[in-house]
Design a protein around this ligand. Structure first.
Ligand SMILES: N[C@@H](CCC(=O)N[C@@H](CS)C(=O)NCC(=O)O)C(=O)O
Length: 206
């Protein structure tokens, strides 16, 4: 019997969306449980004790066990599918882009999207306000690096869509929410259209 899969999420988060998108592309069924992160619902003693000691979503519940961190949850769901290359070099290269997404992309683009779209300018602390220009510069540097890599290529790794594309797509395609101008990055824009054109792709707000 296959184990029941439950995604603990805040559905408008790109980190949660990438897990749902992976499930859709890999043909895995998941249940969804919504949390209001603005109300601190992932910071309750119950959540910390039972779901994720780090107090954050997404978390994929597999039977009676839990996988925090979006890219780890994607990796679990994609196991055995074409989203994970079998060639050892391509496999490592896929991981390279997934780690890069978490260190050089998400902390800039996703954080600005959250600050601008959810907290709003009045709610930002002085420290957050001071960090905004640096995050914008770093976010544009990430988009430029992606654009350069995609010149003459369809996918981030090898000749097919992999988890590297899914994990990077999640926050890139909504970077406009944080006032990043995607028209400056034509190869990224074409890649976004390519992923959206896959009939299995689901929208972030679906
Ligand atoms: N590296 C983590 C980031 C998780 C994360 O920051 N989650 C945010 C939403 S995208 C969250 O739970 N925020 C609520 C909080 O920190 O209380 C991942 O990829 O899953």
């Amino acid at each position: 019997m296959t184990e029941q899969l439950v995604l603990h999420e805040f559905s408008l988060s790109g980190n949660c969306y990438k897990v749902r998108l992976t499930a859709a592309l890999a043909g895995r069924q998941i249940e969804r449980r919504e949390y209001d992160i603005m109300a601190g619902e992932t910071r309750t003693p119950e959540f910390i004790a039972n779901v994720n000691s780090n107090g954050r979503i997404p978390v994929l519940e597999v039977g009676d066990r839990f996988i925090p961190e979006s890219n780890a949850a994607c990796y679990y769901l994609a196991e055995g599918s074409s989203l994970i290359p079998t060639d050892p070099f391509d496999h490592a290269d896929m991981l390279h882009w997934m780690f890069w997404e978490q260190y050089s992309h998400e902390p800039n683009i996703a954080t600005l999207r959250f600050w601008m779209g959810w907290l709003g300018p009045e709610q930002l602390s002085d420290l957050q306000r001071a960090q905004m220009p640096q995050k914008r510069t770093a976010g544009n540097a990430a988009l430029k690096l992606m654009d350069d890599h995609l010149r003459g290529r369809e996918w981030f790794v090898g000749e097919a869509m992999s988890l590297a594309d899914i994990c990077l797509f999640a926050y890139t395609h909504v970077a406009g929410d944080a006032d990043f101008d995607l028209s400056r990055y034509p190869n990224v824009s074409a890649w976004i259209d390519r992923i959206k054109a896959d009939p299995r792709t689901i929208p972030l707000d679906g």
